[in-house]
Every structure is written in C-alpha cells, then in structure tokens.
Design a protein around this ligand. Sequence first.
Ligand SMILES: [Zn+2]
Length: 107
Amino acid sequence: MDAPVNHSDYEELAAGFALCALEPDEEQAFQRHLEGCPACKASMREFEEVTASLAFATPVVEPPASLRAAVARTTRRLPRAASRRRARTRARRHGRTALHPAGRPRP
Ligand SMILES: [Zn+2]
C-alpha cells in the first residue's frame, strides 16, 4: 500500500493493525496516526475485540489419541535428521565427507 494520504486510508489500516497483518511501514504510519485520532483508536479497539473473540468462535475438538503418538514420533526424528543434513552440507562445503568431522584434515 502507498503511504496513507487521507483518513479513509487509515481507517482501512485499522483492521490490519488489529490482526498484526500490516507491513512494517504501514504499522508505523498507523501507530503515528493513532496517537492523535480517537476515531481510529475506537475502530481499532472494536477490531481487537472481534479478533479476540475469533479465538473462541469455533468449538474445541479433542484430537485423536493417535495424533499425540504420531507427533512425538515425528519430532523425535526431526532434530537428528536436521543435524545429519547440516553435517553433510557442512562437509560438502569444506570438501570433506560426513565421516571426516570438521577440523580434521582429509586423508
Ligand atoms: Zn483516524
């Protein structure tokens, strides 16, 4: 979005601000405007109330028991897989195989 020019531009930014969805420059412009505009402060409070209520708008669903086990299995594997991948990448960059740890001269 171009820099806000008139008040309606700021009104459009209020919802995005409440949702933390603005670009950094838009957020800064809106915050500066907000300090001196009671109308936008009121709009923003209304948007914040609506966005907060969205968190409770859907029914709570109990996940199946199998989901916990599946997530646990997956997360146990991830750090090792990522660590091996990083070691291979590092080794390739330095011309070593994964069997020759960093810092050791290549035979
Ligand atoms: Zn305003």
